[in-house]
Unconditional design. Structure first.
Lengths: 112, 493, 773
């Protein structure tokens, strides 16, 4: 199963990257959310994918899934949520100011 | 075990939160900012003194013993960087009210400022790789907030690129941590290092290490990953540029230094050989970038890249001389980059433009600013007796000593071109006839000079007083070469 | 001794105060006593029984960098030159520079230079020497740019700095290598380890790097081009830095390291060849100049070349001749520069085409110039020190053993000296004889005040005294200097007459004869300058190079700094992929093991397949709203997986966050202008796809490998054990979050807080801006 989830995460990375390499803001941001999912699945896989008990201590159960990756993912989800929200607002403001949602039209030619 | 270790992150955090509540009141905010920056500096100095005297300070947060809880580790390297960070921050705090922030001061500028310091300090002292990621996010989030502050068209445009590239590398960072965790089953850096030492088959670890390197190299702006840096760094106010230039990339290079001296040291022939080539290319391309432009802010922004190249050069060579050179250079560059960004900020402010072609003869109006720039140019280029020289000399000794001739000669040529790129500003901007029609000389640089002079004085002190600093740096280099020192201090408490 | 070196710098700190009262007293009067005192301090060391003196003050002992001052014969020669000529130049400047000038700055730079130069010649520590060396470049830069409102001054200042600092850095490289090889930072210590250095594989590199430093500083071919442009500096500076002292720092360096390198064949070849080439080329070029100071600049270059060549020969005779000539050159060239300054000052021009017949108007200057130029030309008269120099030089060129170069040297020496003779005559007769052209002069010429003549008179007296008593200083002074360069040197007697068949005399006579002929017929052969150098100007090469720095760096940087996020990402991804995948292949990092895998169940596979389809679909769906929703499916899929893998907290959070994110998406993009469809070329699509697929594949492979290399138990076991006992909670994930990794959580909240503030200010700023507009 771990191999399959690794492949899934790899595909999420690939689709994320493809989207990020697009021109349109919306696509790029969709790409970043996919990237986040890919990363989280990798973290999740890094602990064993035991279909044991949830890591809530119960009398008489000794087989739990690895709690640490779960904690890490929780932290990471919250952080990515913050970043994504900011990114969305920023993208909105940028496209409004510059009157385009095409990244390629935002190259800038101030280099001199 | 000492609670002292938490102060470098706690004080700025408290400062940031306090300042959120005083956001509307600029006068109080300014006073509090200066006050907090001095308190934080004082604490940092005390902690550094403590770490030098009594050895590494370890704090097991929440009383969870290493390697299970998050450990804060203030060793000599971290102590040096904390002090430097706070020095730069204090200079920026005193410069900020004069920097023409305008309305930005009402938009949480000061809280963001302290959040940034929190993140940077945290990244320097944490002993846990995932916690490092969290502190990266704190400082990045603060930097996003600062870079978009008061955004106009151009600024927003560059900000979004900055954010996207950093977002990508952050996600890659988290993934790398996952990979590492899968192999070694732990997150504490000392513990990781200890476990990595125990295994024979290192191929996958080296691969993960290289991936880590690319994550940090993106943040540190190394070749060929620095494209996002120059244009985004010059957009915000000079104070913000100074903070970014002095601190952000340095966190990236610090992480490389830490991780590649502690954890991934088993295949020097691959990893560190790669660094040497990246160092060469970063120096060349960075300085070429600096020569390519007439925008004074951009000149300084490009100069970040060869400096990072110098630091990675020492990590690549990886011997006592080279590593102490890297550490010296790291501290030196944090100070001088901040000073230079503040200087060009002041120049652009008084000249009303950052285009060198529209300036001239400024020395007649702003002699102090001109001479500060003049000294800064030599500090940056590593001309003795200033701080850049000591670091560069060590790096050269390390590189020549290891037979890395091409690397050393590239470093020498780069120094010359760095000097040229800055002297261009002095010659074209400050020398020349007094031009009454250009309207220079109407704005005052009062209040800007003192923080700049303070930073430059530090640079001079670091060079002239090298006898005081060098033994510290040398001992840092020694401990970097022997990861066991770090491991023991964390795990064998 | 150390105090003596630092005195000028200390005094310089007080100059700004002194220059406040410059309207009453010229600042130079105070400054004059500084070099004078130093001269008097050091002059007492002159004597038959001189022995080297050493004095050390620690600076950075742990790096081996200390103020380790070592006064031997060679240093003494230079110290006296620096302080002696320094005093005369300051004296001269009092009359030359008007009180209206920025005298404070001028003297600060000059004193800074004095300290720097004294430091260079006294330091035994290579890094301290280097420090002072760069300081001379910096003060020279400031002095050349003193009149920085002139474009030419700025150009000259930058040029001199670029070339000399280039040399300085290269010399630093050489020094570092020397310390790496010998383990010492002391020059005398290195001399003691000559064998180690000569056997080092770095020897050629060391030699080249150190010599580059010397050649750039001493304006040797082809690095001489900065010196003529340095003439934009005020004349006292030209006389002092760019003729008598700073440009001799390179000579000093070669002399200082001679004991190490002299037995190395390439040292002889490079130094002699460069020196003799410089002599010939610069004297040839001097004849062509029209600016008096430019003539003197090229003359200086050629004389430096001559000294350099003699150091290259390295024989006893040659070294003594070099030392003798350093002194001679300082006297006659110093006086000539001052005369050129006087002419400039009194007539308003230095253009030799506008000058002529000044003999009657400026008789004192003419007399002084006569001695100076004839001494420079090496005219065989028993009261000109220049003649002895020239004869010693010729003598040293003869009888060098071996190769073709040694055979050619005497001829080249004569050739160079012929042109030296021509430009000397050209200088003197062009200015002081011939028809007067007073109408072309900006000012009506008359003799300068006697004070201005004081310094050149003293120097010319030196020319004559040494000319009459050539051995006056040999035993007590020059011998010590020469023996510091070549330890085998014995006392050397100079005399005027050696008989008719003495070869150097014949060479001198040939120079005078051919030189006179060439001088008289120079109008006829001047066209050769159109052929050589013609278009092959080194200056143009320098200008072209500097220009190319600008244009090429500009076009190169513009080429890759496209401002396109897509390009940047592609490069970052490409580089990361290539190197990481390469390393994985090279180290055999890929491993796969099927042990200990979790079971594969249908439901999981179904969810995963759905996620894959949704993820791929985001690429192909053109409708934006649909794309957002499809991306949402992936997010919910992740949540489902969390449910299956017993992570209830995660699943819950993921559901909530995903929902809010989708809502935010819709909210933000609801407000945007109608989005246009983006067409993309097939090529670009393939490029993107290949980057994406290869990167994704690499991540998968690394993921599988790490999973197959679980070599350790996770620290989580500990968390499961202690969660309840120590953390007081059953839900281990929660305990980890709030307790064991509480710091993470604290700062995760901080991140969220910053994000909220940032979003708030982004939106509010816009609102306020809208109101302000």
């Amino acid at each position: 199963m771990e191999i399959i989830t690794s492949i899934l995460a790899g595909i999420l990375f690939a689709t994320a990257i493809y989207n990020i390499l697009q021109k349109q803001f919306l696509r790029i941001i969709i790409g970043t959310t996919l990237l986040t999912h890919g990363a989280h699945i990798f973290i999740f896989t890094s602990g064993r994918l035991k279909t044991g008990q949830p890591p809530v201590l119960t009398e008489g159960v000794s087989d739990y899934t690895d709690p640490l990756p779960q904690a890490l993912i929780l932290t990471s989800i919250v952080i990515s949520f913050g970043v994504t929200s900011l990114l969305l607002v920023l993208a909105y403001r940028t496209s409004e100011e510059n009157n385009t949602d095409n990244m390629e039209e935002l190259r800038g030619n101030e280099h001199e | 075990m000492s609670n002292l270790a938490v102060l470098p992150i706690l004080i700025p955090l408290i400062a940031a939160i306090t300042l959120v509540f005083f956001n509307g009141n600029v006068t109080v905010s300014r006073v509090l900012t200066r006050l907090f920056s001095l308190v934080s500096l004082g604490a940092a100095l005390y902690i550094a003194w403590h770490a030098m005297e009594n050895g590494t300070i370890i704090l097991e947060t929440g009383d969870w013993a290493a390697p299970y809880g998050i450990i804060l580790v203030v060793d000599r390297l971290a102590a040096l960087l904390i002090v430097t960070t706070n020095l730069v921050a204090a200079a920026c705090a005193f410069y900020a009210p004069h920097a023409g922030l305008g309305k930005k001061e009402y938009y949480y500028f000061y809280p963001f400022f302290f959040f940034l310091i929190t993140g940077v300090s945290g990244a320097f002292i944490t002993g846990d790789i995932f916690n490092l990621f969290v502190f990266f996010e704190v400082l990045l989030m603060a930097s996003y907030a600062l870079i978009v502050l008061g955004g106009d068209k151009v600024q927003l445009r560059e900000s979004i690129k900055y954010l996207l590239i950093n977002l990508f590398s952050s996600m890659l960072f988290v993934t790398c941590i996952a990979f590492l965790y899968a192999v070694v089953g732990t997150l504490n850096m000392a513990h990781i290092a200890e476990r990595v030492q125990e295994v024979d088959q290192q191929g996958i670890l080296t691969t993960v290490g290289i991936l880590f390197f690319f994550v940090f190299a993106t943040k540190a702006a190394l070749f060929p990953l620095y494209y996002w840096l120059p244009h985004s760094y010059i957009q915000p106010n000079p104070v913000i540029s100074a903070l970014f230039g002095a601190l952000l990339t340095k966190v990236g290079i610090y992480s490389i230094l830490r991780v590649f001296s502690l954890i991934f040291v088993h295949r020097l022939d691959i990893t560190h050989e790669l660094f040497i080539w990246i160092a060469i290319l970063s120096m060349i391309f960075g300085v070429i970038g600096a020569l390519s432009t007439n925008n004074i802010k951009l000149i300084i922004a490009y100069n970040i890249i060869p400096a990072i190249g110098f630091i990675i050069m020492g990590i690549g060579v990886f011997n006592q001389d080279a590593l102490s050179g890297s550490v010296y250079y790291l501290v030196h560059d944090m100070i001088i980059k901040a000073a230079l960004f503040l200087i060009v900020g002041a120049i652009a402010y008084v000249a009303g433009t950052s285009d060198l072609r529209k300036m001239g003869g400024l020395i007649h109006y702003y002699p102090a600013l001109g001479w500060l720039l003049f000294i800064a140019a030599f500090v940056l280029a590593g001309i003795p007796p200033f701080s850049g020289f000591i670091g560069k000399l060590q790096l050269l000794q390390g590189a020549f000593g290891d037979g890395e001739i091409i690397l050393a000669i590239t470093a020498l040529i780069t120094s010359l071109l760095i000097l040229y790129s800055i002297m261009k500003i002095f010659i074209r901007g400050f020398w020349g006839e007094k031009d009454e029609t250009a309207g220079f000389g109407t704005k005052s640089v009062k209040g800007m000079i003192a923080p700049i002079a303070f930073l430059l004085a530090l640079s001079v002190l670091l060079g002239v007083g090298a006898e005081f600093f060098y033994p510290i740096v040398a001992s840092v280099a020694q401990s970097l070469l022997d990861p066991q020192i770090y491991i023991d201090s964390v795990l064998k408490e | 001794m150390i105090f003596a070196v630092l005195v000028p710098l200390l005094i310089a700190c007080f100059i700004p105060l002194l220059s406040k009262m410059k309207h009453r007293i010229h600042t130079g009067i105070f400054v004059f006593f500084v070099p004078l005192a130093i001269f008097l301090y050091f002059v007492r060391y002159i004597g038959e029984n001189f022995t080297p003196v050493r004095e050390t003050v620690n600076w950075i002992p742990s790096m081996g960098i200390n103020f380790d001052f070592y006064l031997d014969g060679l240093s003494l020669l230079f110290v006296l030159l620096i302080s002696g000529i320094g005093a005369l130049v300051v004296l001269y400047s009092i009359y030359y520079l008007d009180k209206q000038e920025r005298l404070g700055q001028f003297y600060v730079y000059l004193l800074m230079f004095m300290t720097a130069m004294l430091g260079v010649v006294l330091s035994d520590n290579v890094f301290v020497l280097y420090t002072f060396w760069e300081l001379t470049s910096i003060s020279s830069f400031l002095l050349i740019g003193y009149w920085h409102f002139k474009e030419r001054s700025r150009y000259g200042a930058l040029k001199s700095m670029m070339i000399t600092i280039f040399g300085g850095l290269s010399m630093l490289g050489g020094f570092v290598l020397l310390t790496v090889v010998t383990g010492t930072t002391s020059i005398q210590g290195m001399i003691d380890q000559t064998d180690t250095i000569l056997n080092s594989s770095y020897l050629p590199l060391i030699l080249i790097l150190v010599l580059l430093g010397a050649f750039t500083k001493s304006a040797q071919f082809p690095f001489h081009i900065w010196l003529p442009d340095a003439m934009e500096a005020p004349t006292p500076v030209s006389a002092y830095l760019h003729s008598a002292t700073m440009v001799k720092a390179g000579i000093f360096l070669v002399a200082r390291f001679s004991p190490i390198f002299s037995t190395y064949e390439w040292f002889f070849i490079i130094v002699s060849l460069v020196g003799i080439l410089t002599l010939c080329w610069a004297s040839y070029m001097a004849v062509r100049q029209t600016d008096l100071k430019a003539i003197l600049a090229f003359s200086t270059i050629s004389q430096l070349g001559m000294i350099m060549a003699m150091l290259g020969f390295g024989t006893q005779a040659a070294v003594f001749a070099a030392v003798f000539h350093i002194l001679s050159h300082a006297t006659f060239k110093g006086s000539l520069f001052m005369i050129a300054g006087i002419i400039d000052h009194e007539t308003g021009t230095r253009d030799i085409r506008k000058l002529g017949g000044l003999m009657t108007l400026m008789p004192i200057s003419a007399t002084l110039a006569l001695f100076g130029t004839f001494s420079m030309a090496g005219v065989p008269l028993p009261f000109l020190n220049g003649f002895y120099s020239k004869e010693l030089f010729f003598g040293s060129t003869l009888g060098l053993d071996g190769n073709i170069l040694s055979q050619a040297i005497p001829y080249l020496a004569v050739l160079g000296s012929i042109f030296t003779f021509v430009y000397s005559m050209y200088f003197f007769f062009g200015v002081f004889t011939g028809p007067k052209k007073l109408d072309q002069l900006p000012k009506k010429p008359h003799e300068a005040p006697i004070g201005m003549h004081l310094s050149p008179i003293i120097l010319v007296l030196g020319v004559i005294v040494i000319g009459i008593w050539p051995n006056l200083l040999n035993g007590s002074f020059l011998y010590h200097a020469a023996s510091a360069v070549n330890p085998a040197t014995t006392y050397y007697e100079v005399s005027f007459w050696h008989g008719f068949t003495y070869p150097p005399l014949l060479m001198s006579l040939a120079v005078v004869a051919v030189g006179t002929a060439l001088y008289l017929t120079r109008r006829k052969w001047e066209t050769v300058y159109g052929v050589l150098p013609g278009r092959l100007s080194l200056n143009k090469a320098y200008d072209g190079l500097m220009k190319r720095f600008d244009t090429y760096s500009d076009s190169l940087t513009n080429y890759y700094m496209t401002g396109s996020l897509k390009n940047y990402m592609a490069i970052i991804l490409g580089a990361t992929f290539l190197v990481t995948a390469g390393v994985m292949l090279y180290t055999g990092g890929f491993t796969i093991s099927f042990d200990n895998l979790a079971e594969v169940t249908i439901i999981e596979v179904a969810i995963i397949l759905a996620m894959i389809i949704a993820a791929v679909a985001t690429i192909f769906i053109n409708h934006n709203l649909a794309a957002v929703l499809v991306a949402g499916i992936v997010g919910y899929g992740v949540a489902m997986l969390f449910v299956i893998y017993r992570a209830p907290d995660l699943a819950l959070t993921q559901f909530v966050v995903e929902t809010i994110t989708v809502a935010l998406f819709l909210l933000c993009f609801y407000h945007l202008p109608k989005l246009r469809k983006r067409k993309e070329s097939a090529r670009s699509k393939w490029k993107n796809a290949s980057i994406a697929i290869s990167f994704g594949a690499m991540m998968t492979l690394i993921g599988i490998s790490t999973h197959s290399s679980r070599w350790f138990d996770s620290i989580s076991e500990y968390f499961l054990e202690t969660s309840y006992k120590l953390g007081g909670g059953d839900n281990v994930v929660n305990v980890i979050l709030v307790d064991m990794r509480g710091l993470d959580t604290l700062f995760e909240i901080a991140v969220l807080g910053i994000a909220a503030l940032a979003i708030f200010s982004l939106i509010k700023w816009k609102k306020n801006k809208g109101e302000a507009d």
